[in-house]
Design a protein around this ligand. Structure first.
Ligand SMILES: [Cu+2]
Length: 193
């Protein structure tokens, strides 16, 4: 009953939308393209270490120009960039890396930010070796390819657990590097909470 009611409402909405679209001037191709690539400037807050060894949320959809902002909870986590093929390892010298953020309680005073430049997947993990955070599932992705059954966050985590071993941190704390990674005073302590 609920489903049929929903369908009815949806059909009505669709009819309204269709008539609206039909009545409106046909947009030019340029208008549509501009809308698709325009930066939204949204900030996506991720809480590091909420609910155990995890990022929350851990699967993020972001557009070019958006900021992904990491807020730290106890006890001592990091955010480092990897690729899908080598979980828990930095992608190389260009990997962004927040450094470790030890904190006893509450939320760290600073956040780590990156700016999204395109729609390609960005994989990240916590490189804390005490407790094997990445191998325990502390990883995430921005702009996962949802058309693929292979390159999923679930698969990344399974690979991380299966490969095991020890995480490696990028050698350089990645401020100002890839994706304009930077550390700034927490602009919104309530964001993500
Ligand atoms: Cu961690």
């Amino acid at each position: 009953m609920f489903a049929s009611k929903t369908v009815t409402i949806f059909a009505a909405a669709l009819a309204t939308l269709y008539s609206t679209v039909s009545a409106a001037p046909t947009p030019t191709k340029n208008d549509i393209t501009a809308r698709q690539v325009a930066p939204s400037g949204a900030t996506h807050s991720v809480v590091v270490g909420r609910g155990g060894l995890r990022f929350d949320p851990e699967n993020i959809v972001a557009y070019p120009g958006d900021v992904v902002e990491f807020h730290y909870l106890p006890r001592n986590h990091s955010v480092a960039q990897s690729n899908f093929a080598n979980p828990c390892q930095p992608i190389g010298p260009t990997a962004f890396f927040s450094g470790f953020v030890p904190i006893a309680e509450g939320q760290a005073p600073d956040v780590f930010q990156i700016t999204i430049e395109d729609r390609n997947p960005i994989w990240f993990y916590c490189s804390q070796t005490t407790g094997n955070h990445c191998q325990s599932g502390m990883s995430g992705v921005i702009n996962q390819n949802f058309d693929s059954n292979e390159f999923t966050l679930a698969r990344y985590k399974a690979n991380a657990a299966e490969i095991g071993g020890v995480s490696t941190s990028p050698e350089v704390v990645g401020y100002g590097g890839n994706l304009n990674a930077r550390v700034v005073p927490n602009p919104n302590p309530l964001s993500g909470f």
